[in-house]
Design a protein around this ligand. Structure first.
Ligand code: GDP
Ligand code: MG
Length: 367
């Protein structure tokens, strides 16, 4: 039927070609292969192309990208991803900033998962994302989940620029996200700050003190030295970039990580980008959906709502979403379920045709 509609030829004609050419008796509701449809179209001298239907994914992306009116925008906390070579002190830095002890709980002292925390300094909030490495950062970006506003590159002063430092730098350059360097472990004896600055320069990261663009802040994550300076530099950078979001709209954001928790079921670590997420909201996240049943802040305290840039853990999704999946709040649970189910069966195609002329442009096909 849809082939007949697309070509503007009676279904009977198609049926008779199917019978004559392929020896197949088809009904009007039958599904035929793309190749067969093309052969039928060729018989009739019709030029046929296939277009993907606007799927759930595109609808979700549309909601994510919907622009807000400038007057609705309010300053939001910067979302800062911490990158650097393993053992240079990323997790210790975030721990000290929020007076906690995540490092001690880590198996072998190695960060396994992305985690996000909020810190308050002089009345300003900053959201930090601690990653197991730059791979997680670039994986998120490659999936279109550009949550990061800024990067703190941690470089241990005793070790200098190492392979993962260099890789992080190239990912940050590619992403065009502003970067601040935290030269860490300055409490150690026999460190050579000038050598670290030279190594950064060799990577085309020219320190501000040498006339370049990148602030290099000396810190000791372990002792807490220089952290005020680091936070001030970060807030200044955030101010320059005027980070804003509309808190009064249905929430959209990104899943940093999903996991299954014995007591709570599917738990998703989300970060809100726009709008405010509330208990009871109907959400689609990747291929998962559900009502937000409970919401926890980064101290695992239950909260009722989460404004832009807040990292939260939520329960209530029917399955575990993946890192980098977008989430959006939709009107009701039925819509969330339909979108999620559609995403589970993606890849439907729609037939398009036209009757004469040369090939269509790619733009026409992709609509
Ligand atoms: P990550 O792999 O980058 O997350 O590094 P960690 O935060 O797990 O730190 C690796 C090791 O370096 C740990 O033993 C920390 O105690 C130590 N460390 C981190 N920051 C400092 C610092 O400022 N000074 C000193 N002396 N040691 C530090
Ligand atoms: Mg770590």
């Amino acid at each position: 039927r849809s082939l007949s509609e697309a070509m503007g030829r009676p279904a009977k004609t198609i049926m008779s070609i199917m019978f004559k050419e392929f020896g197949e008796m088809v009904t009007i509701n039958q599904i035929i292969e793309e190749d067969t449809a093309l052969a039928v179209a060729m018989e009739l001298g019709v030029d046929l192309t296939f277009k993907k239907q606007k799927g759930a994914l595109e609808l979700v992306e549309e909601i994510v990208e919907q622009e807000d009116a400038p007057e609705d925008l309010v300053t939001r906390p910067p979302i800062i991803t911490v990158l650097g070579h393993v053992d240079h002190g990323k997790t210790t830095l975030v721990d000290t900033l929020r007076n906690s002890k995540v490092v001690e709980g880590e198996a072998g002292g190695i960060t396994q998962h992305i985690a996000a925390y909020q810190v308050e300094y002089n009345g300003h909030k900053l959201t930090f994302v601690d990653t197991p490495g730059h791979a997680a950062f670039s994986e998120m970006r490659s999936r279109g989940a550009n949550v990061t506003d800024m990067v703190v590159l941690v470089v241990a002063a005793d070790d200098g620029v190492m392979p993962q430092t260099a890789e992080s730098i190239s990912h940050v350059k590619a992403s065009e996200v502003p970067m601040v360097v935290a030269m860490n472990k300055i409490d150690l004896p026999d460190i050579n700050e000038q050598k670290v600055l030279q190594e950064l320069t060799a990577q085309n990261v020219l320190p501000a003190e040498w006339g370049g663009e990148t602030e290099v802040v000396r810190v000791s994550a372990l002792k807490g030295t220089g952290l005020d300076n680091l936070l001030e530099t970060l807030l200044l950078t955030a101010e320059l970039h005027e980070l804003k979001a509309n808190p009064n709209r249905p929430a959209v954001g990104v899943c940093l990580e999903g996991f299954r928790d014995e007591g709570r079921g599917s738990v998703a670590w989300l970060i809100v980008q726009k709008g405010t997420l509330r208990i009871g909201d109907a959400v689609i996240c990747g291929k998962s959906y559900g009502y937000i049943r409970a919401m926890y802040d980064d101290q695992d305290q239950q909260i009722e709502e989460a404004p832009p840039s807040t990292p939260i853990k939520v329960t209530g999704l029917d399955s575990v979403p993946g890192a980098g999946d977008h989430f959006v709040v939709v009107g009701d649970i039925e819509q969330a379920r339909e979108l999620a189910e559609e995403r589970r069966h993606e890849g439907r195609t729609d037939v398009l045709s036209r009757h004469s002329g040369g090939p269509r442009t790619l733009d026409d096909i992709l609509g």
